[in-house]
Every structure is written in C-alpha cells, then in structure tokens.
Design a protein around this ligand. Structure first.
Ligand code: ADP
Ligand code: MG
Length: 244
C-alpha cells in the first residue's frame, strides 16, 4: 500500500449563508519515495487537501490513509501521536520557538515523545549536518536567516522519520536564493534519502524540483504529469494550459 492514499474526499465550508465546496471528490496516491507537487490557483483547495492528509481536518466523505492507517478512524489523542510520528509538516511560517536554539527546535518532537536517547542524539546530529546547519545549531531563530529557519522547521518535521513529509507553500516567505536552497534540500531528501514528499505551491519554479505535478482546480484534480528534467518553463506552460 502506498504511504499516502486519498480516496474520493470531499470537504465543504460554510461561509455565512454560502457553502463553499473546497474539495469536490479528490483521489490521489503517493508512492514511497515520490516527490509530488500539488499546484493550483489561490482558493483551489490545495491547503484543504494537505490539511486532510495531515489529519488536521476531517473530510465530509471519502478516505485518507497514511501508512495503512485511516486517519478519520483515530481518536483525537491517537491522531496527535500518529501525526507526531508519521507525518512531517512544514508551513509557510516557520513556527519555531524563539527561546530555543536551532538544535532544540529541531529535536522538539523527540522531547515531546519522552527523553532523548543516544540514538536520538545521533539522529539529530546527522540531520543538522544534512541540513547544512552545523555552524548554526546553537543560534536562536532570530539569529538565523529565513532559509535557515525553514531548514530547522524541515528538520523538526523529519526528526521522527515520518512516513510522509507535507509542505504547504514552504518557500512563500523566502527570497529567491533561500527558496532555491529549500527546494534543493527537498529534492535531495527525496532522491538521496527516499523521503515521500507532498509539496503545495502555485509557483512553477518551485514545483519544478518535484518528480510529478498534480493540478487542482475548483476542488478537483484536473491533471497529473511528470516533471521532465526539472524543466520549469515547460512545466509553467503545461500548468497554464490546465488553468484555461
Ligand atoms: P488554496 O490553499 O488552494 O488557496 P484553500 O484550500 O485554502 O485553497 O481553500 C479552498 C476554498 O475553501 C476557498 O474558497 C477558501 O475560502 C475555503 N476555505 C478553506 N478553509 C476554510 C475555512 N476554515 N472556513 C471557511 N472556508 C474555508
Ligand atoms: Mg493555501
């Protein structure tokens, strides 16, 4: 079974008198080690889909399975634990704790899970090296660049070895150099370390780092296609076609 499976999910929101259908029946599987970018215009339902995959919201109908577990079947408490261990989440905002160092922020999910073992320390060390944060490990967030803060947030999302890494517009607050570094990091995590990654973005230059693109429009998946050799221009053309 793929680590991430979404079957015919629907979700609507009430906005005053109006009911907005954010997702109108989406089916999507993500294979192990795959790096998928979900693209779509603002309001197309991207974040709603990602939040459903993360168990942050429940679908009105349909199924969400992560690593063989159906999320809506879990109690709140089970879901909290499941999320901490199986789902890595990264948002546009870095959400780091200002009084903790880079290393402490990164290790936070392990601390929440109990005391930190020797093996955990080795893992934190390895992640810090891999993320290029060795020289910054003792710095607090306000002494780090945006790109470094997002790398810490990605480390925090990965420290429990989740089945999937979900990222919602992770480069939205970054300048182009930092954005590129974060995209390259995500690609390396997928290609070199076999991480399963779902990235939400509306920017073709960011989606170009993924292996595949799924386009969502008005709450429906309209197309899914491979990214040819990281070609952002080709991707941008194909994406624009989907939005016509
Ligand atoms: P995207 O991430 O692609 O910009 P969203 O998934 O955030 O889109 O939103 C899809 C639609 O659902 C939008 O019309 C949005 O206004 C609506 N929506 C999303 N979340 C809520 C909410 N919590 N309450 C009401 N409406 C919402
Ligand atoms: Mg969004």
């Amino acid at each position: 079974m793929p680590p991430l499976l979404v079957e015919n999910v629907t979700k609507s929101f009430r906005q005053g008198q109006r009911v907005v259908q954010a997702l109108a029946g989406v089916t999507l599987a993500v294979e192990r080690g795959q790096f998928l970018a979900i693209m779509g215009a603002s309001g197309s339902g991207k974040s709603t889909l990602l939040h459903l995959m993360a168990g942050l919201t429940t679908p009105d109908s349909g199924k969400v399975m992560v690593n063989g577990t159906e999320l809506p079947s879990l109690t709140d408490r089970e879901l909290t634990l499941f999320r901490r261990r199986q789902i890595g989440l990264v948002f546009q905002a870095f959400n780091l704790i200002p009084t903790l160092s880079a290393e402490e922020n990164l290790a936070l999910p392990l601390m929440l899970d109990g005391s930190i073992s020797g093996a955990d320390r080795a893992k934190v060390d390895q992640l810090i090296q891999r993320l290029g944060l060795a020289a910054r490990r003792h710095h607090r967030p306000d002494a780090l660049s945006g790109g470094e803060q997002q790398r810490v947030a990605i480390g925090r999302a990965l420290v429990c070895d989740p089945a999937v890494l979900l990222a919602d517009e992770p480069t939205g607050n970054l300048d182009s150099a930092n954005s590129k570094a974060v995209c390259e990091l995500l690609r390396d995590l997928s290609v070199m370390h076999g991480k399963t990654i779902v990235l939400v973005t509306h920017e073709p230059s960011v989606a170009a780092y993924a292996q595949e693109v799924a386009v969502i429009r008005d709450g429906r998946l309209v197309e899914r296609f491979p990214v040819e050799n990281g070609d952002g221009e080709q991707l941008a053309i194909r994406y624009q076609e989907c939005l016509k």
